[in-house]
Design a protein around this ligand. Structure first.
Ligand code: PEP
Length: 230
């Protein structure tokens, strides 16, 4: 099975940085790892990748052309994008609701883009039901199509703190179970403070891959993760 690595660059980098990213990825990507790079929209046209895939960090919830500031699915596809993050906690923190997430998932799937839907509880100790509800709602407008989830507990993002292997595995099996009730067989990634030091522990979880934030910007450490995946 191909394990996935998704790099979310958020609002980081410049053209020089992304040309270094391309060198690292083209050097270390081997056929058993599926790498998906999600740079800011404006750098997408410069990402000439031999062996990795391109993802967007977000997508418009509609294909209505009266959407100032939004980027639609056909625009992304024109530049080779195959995946898009949806519902990242940083977007949810700015007011994105489960309903908007569901519309974005529908927009992506209906245009053959694969959504990587981010779900996760706000605080350490919050009930897993919160995640189940996010999953159910995210899938409420689609009945088929490839879908990936990323379990990203909000309290683990950028904090250096992580759930235990047991907690991660419980969340992954819950997400798969809830998705299968609505007829979807999904892959589930783990994301939240993954780095070069803790990666050897994270690989022991049941995750189908990893969503990397901060470490994607530290290219030596990022390269060491790619090497460890071989
Ligand atoms: C993220 O923002 O999706 C993320 C996983 O960030 P970090 O790896 O920095 O916690």
């Amino acid at each position: 099975m191909h394990k996935m690595v998704v790099a979310n660059y958020k609002m980081n980098g410049d053209r020089k940085f992304y040309s270094r990213v391309l060198k690292v990825v083209n050097k270390y990507n081997k056929k058993d790892t599926k790498i998906i790079l999600c740079p800011p929209f404006v750098y997408i046209p410069f990402m000439k990748l031999k062996s990795a895939n391109l993802g967007a960090q977000d997508i418009s919830s509609t294909v209505n052309n009266k959407s100032t500031g939004q980027i639609g699915p056909s625009m992304l596809k024109e530049f080779g994008v195959k995946y898009t993050l949806v519902g990242h906690s940083e977007r949810r923190a700015e007011g994105e609701t489960d309903e908007t997430v569901a519309m974005k998932v529908k927009t992506a799937v209906s245009h053959d883009l694969v959504p990587i839907i981010c779900v996760g509880e706000e605080k350490k100790g919050d009930k897993i039901d919160i995640v189940s509800t996010q999953v159910e709602k995210a899938l409420s407008l689609v009945d088929k199509g490839e879908i990936i989830f990323a379990y990203e507990p909000v309290w683990a993002i950028g904090s250096g703190i992580q759930p235990t292997t047991k907690q991660i595995n419980k969340a992954i099996s819950t997400i798969k179970k809830v998705a299968s009730k609505s007829g979807h067989e999904v892959k589930v990634l783990y994301g939240g403070s993954v780095n070069g030091n803790n990666f050897s522990e994270i690989v022991k979880t049941d995750a189908d891959g990893y969503l990397l934030g901060g470490v994607s910007n530290r290219l030596d450490e990022f390269a060491s993760i790619l090497k460890e995946m071989q």
